[in-house]
Design a protein around this ligand. Structure first.
Ligand code: KG4
Ligand code: ZN
Length: 374
């Protein structure tokens, strides 16, 4: 029961992968739809759904070919069935249901956000089949930063996590994408803003605000930062309500000013995330539940500054920080197939009428309210 075919279609990447024993990635195929959504400056759900429909079968075939196996060699089919764009999720879920039925193998629905948290574990030398092995990563602090989520977790094992804190408004990736639009950068915003920030010779003065909120919460916010950037780029609006107008835009900035604003924005997001992680580390943890490592995942973890600051944080606090390679940060099916193995091992499987669900299974915090020491 070790070869799992994973399918991922929650947003704008059509992906399939074959993973052995939850960790050995035999293939990981990702067909990005950047070209289709670029003219609109963001993901168009209707276009995404249609593109998944056209691309999924060839992507699955390629994943099987690269893994050197036939469809009949698969022991289970896993699919990211939540959260995401419902029209996109439905394509992957329908395909997975059909394959599991035709092959008569277990079907497993996987929460996409939890799979992001599992991605770094796949690269560890430790065999996590014993999740509580002394040299294993659990219990771990987890940080998932993507286009839809910015959440801090306490992960007890790959399948059991408590939410410690989250953004109360925009996800960091969403903020990156909107900031990129303000700075006149093309879609996809996050990677382009990252590239522009790296060219900056200076940062903005005064700095952009850090959305840290109160110190007794591990929640954060990015909407104030976004508004601050808007005003730095376009000036304060003239007039009120519907009459409000901006008198300038990014065309009025010099290349140096744009790069400095990109760097300042990136620094503010990264500082906020690192500060919240530090608060979570400083939090009193009950006996035997103190985190042994930090797990990170989601598209924004591909950000160059966040990656280097996470490494520095690990050094400061003396905890190993596990950061996936970029191909496992962005949406992929290897993390879906990998995580499904842990469910399969526990004898779990889903019914063939597995639903596609727009929200994450973890919407409410199951953790006690943290009292943070400062
Ligand atoms: O995890 P992901 O691929 O999809 C979701 O589950 O949302 O994350 C996509 C997000 C987008 O907002 C994208 O702009 C952002 O990750 N992203 C980045 C970088 N690469 C991707 N943000 C900042 N810097 C990057 N290098
Ligand atoms: Zn994702």
């Amino acid at each position: 029961m070790s070869l799992i075919l994973g399918i991922e279609t929650s947003c704008d990447e059509t992906a399939a992968a074959v993973v052995e024993r939850g960790r050995v990635i035999r293939s990981n195929v990702i067909a990005s739809q950047f070209d289709l959504h670029e003219p609109y400056g963001g993901v168009v759900p209707e276009i995404a759904g249609r593109a998944h429909l056209e691309r999924l079968a060839p992507v699955i075939e390629q994943a099987l070919t690269e893994a050197g196996i036939d469809l009949e060699d698969i022991h289970a089919v896993a699919v990211g069935n939540r959260p995401g764009l419902i029209g996109s999720l439905l394509i992957g879920v329908s395909a997975a249901q059909a394959l599991a039925w035709r092959l008569d193998v277990p079907l497993l629905g996987i929460d996409h956000v939890l799979a992001h948290l599992y991605a770094p574990v796949m690269r560890l030398p430790t065999d996590v089949s014993d999740e509580h092995a002394p040299d294993g990563p659990y219990p771990a602090l987890g940080l998932v930063v993507s286009g839809g989520h910015t959440t801090l977790y306490l992960a007890h094992d790959p399948l059991n996590v408590d939410i410690l804190g989250r953004t109360i408004d925009d996800a960091a990736g969403e903020a990156f994408d909107k900031a990129a639009v303000m700075l006149g950068l093309p879609f996809p915003g996050g990677p382009n803003l990252d590239a522009l920030a790296r060219t900056a010779t200076q940062t903005v003065d005064p700095p952009l605000p850090r959305g840290l909120l109160r110190p007794d919460t591990l929640n954060c916010t990015f909407s104030g930062l976004k508004t601050s950037l808007l005003y730095r780029v376009r000036g304060h609006p003239v007039g009120r309500g519907k009459e409000a107008r901006f008198t300038r835009d990014h065309h009025d900035l010099s290349p140096d000013q744009r790069a400095a604003l990109a760097r300042g924005f990136q620094e503010a997001v990264v500082d906020t995330l690192i500060a919240k992680l530090e608060s979570a580390i400083a939090m009193p943890h009950t006996e035997g539940r103190a985190p042994k490592s930090i797990l990170t995942g989601g598209g924004v973890v591909a950000n160059s500054l966040l990656r280097s600051e996470l490494e520095r944080l690990g050094g400061r606090v003396g905890l190993p920080v596990h950061i996936p390679p970029s191909a496992l940060c962005v949406d992929n099916a290897a993390m879906i197939a990998g995580m499904a193995w842990h469910r399969l091992r526990r004898g779990e499987r889903d019914a063939l009428d597995l639903p596609a669900v727009a929200t994450s299974s973890l919407t409410q915090s199951r953790a006690p309210r943290p009292s943070v020491r400062h």
